[in-house]
Design a protein around this ligand. Sequence first.
Ligand code: FAD
Ligand code: PHB
Length: 395
Amino acid sequence: MPVLRTQVAIVGAGPAGLMLGHLLHLRGIDSVILENRSREYVIERVRAGVLEQGTVDLMTSSGVGDRLQREGMRHDGIYIAFDGARHHIDMAALTGGRAITVYGQNEVVKDLIAARIESGRPLHFEVEQVRPQGFDGTSPLVGFVENGERREIACDFIAGCDGFHGVCRESVPADRLNVYEREYPFGWLGILAHARPSSAELVYSNHRRGFALFSMRSPQVTRLYLQCAPDESLDAWPDERIWTELRLRLEMADGWRPNEGEIFQKGITGMRSFVVEPMRFGRLFLAGDAAHIVPPTGAKGLNLAMADVSRLAAALTRYYESGSEIGLDSYSEASLRRTWRAQRFSWWMTTMLHRPPDESAFDHKRQLAELDYLVNSRAAMTSLAENYVGTAFED
Ligand code: FAD
Ligand code: PHB
């Protein structure tokens, strides 16, 4: 069987796997990236859009931020809406100038794939039957099938960057995994529309018909989400119904509402919070959605994935440069600390803004009191702003 040899075998070419490969390349460390989907599929998968300052800084400092600097849309604040009014939260003023940037995850992935190809290092798409093995010893292997042929990679470390449904976490015996999980009784129906964004900043709206979110991708493209049932079928949502619902949930008393246009992409996602502990098993390291999922309300998932691989790349670099395992040994604990902070924030944003199907009158009154406090207290707004823009990656 043909055996490839590398230093780090990376499973998954999402943002985590691609960024890890890129950071290792810059430090002269060899890697092979294995991805089970096609290149087109990976590039076209529409997901996140909000980059924390730390993600923007990482992309810029690692040389893949040129297009992001040109096309990314810097946002200094967001709006929280309820009872028909929008309330501005000036995140930059509250955090000493930190901001978020709107730039599609698929654009991030496109930029990272271009950098990988330019580096000349291997990136295999459409591989099958990926099997991480031997990570408890010193010579791990990753088996896979490419074009019908069985192959193997011999490596020093395996990075499981293969998302929530990947194989790396599954390859760890269940009795070594501590899983913490919460499912929410709703999902998000998301659309992209050819419509000029009608607000310069995002609008998160708590409405009695359910949550809605106004976002964007470019000066010509509006991104919108609405709370729906987790098992909702897209067939039940013809375009006209989507616009009617969005109008009801997002139109404000002052007349503001999103511009409308042709819908060119639609999807429904369920929502969950999930963490697995630890994030290291011998020579296997989990990063990104392979180890944790957050509900998208806090816009944290992609950013957490980037923070993980930034830490993992630094730890691996230290190991190869000096033999020190200090960074590798602290990776799981340090990443989990950031993860749990993001979990708490995402859970808080989600429960504050969504309307659960079994909501009691008490819960609703409490939710309104929380929103009222948030938009009238500088301390509460600062707490939201700090968490939303995110702390520096080397926390
Ligand atoms: P993934 O992007 O899932 O990448 C994993 C890769 O591994 C995939 O390419 C997959 O095909 C591959 N793979 C899986 N199994 C195998 C296998 N067996 N062998 C080989 N390869 C495999 N996050 C934010 O920060 N901000 C937001 O605004 C935001 N909005 C979101 C909106 C929506 C609707 C959704 C669904 C998510 C959102 N997120 C957001 C979350 C964000 O998209 C994820 O957290 C992010 O994609 C995680 O990156 P990752 O590389 O860890 O995992
Ligand atoms: C998006 O633009 O896709 C987006 C924005 C904010 C979120 C989640 C997703 O909280």
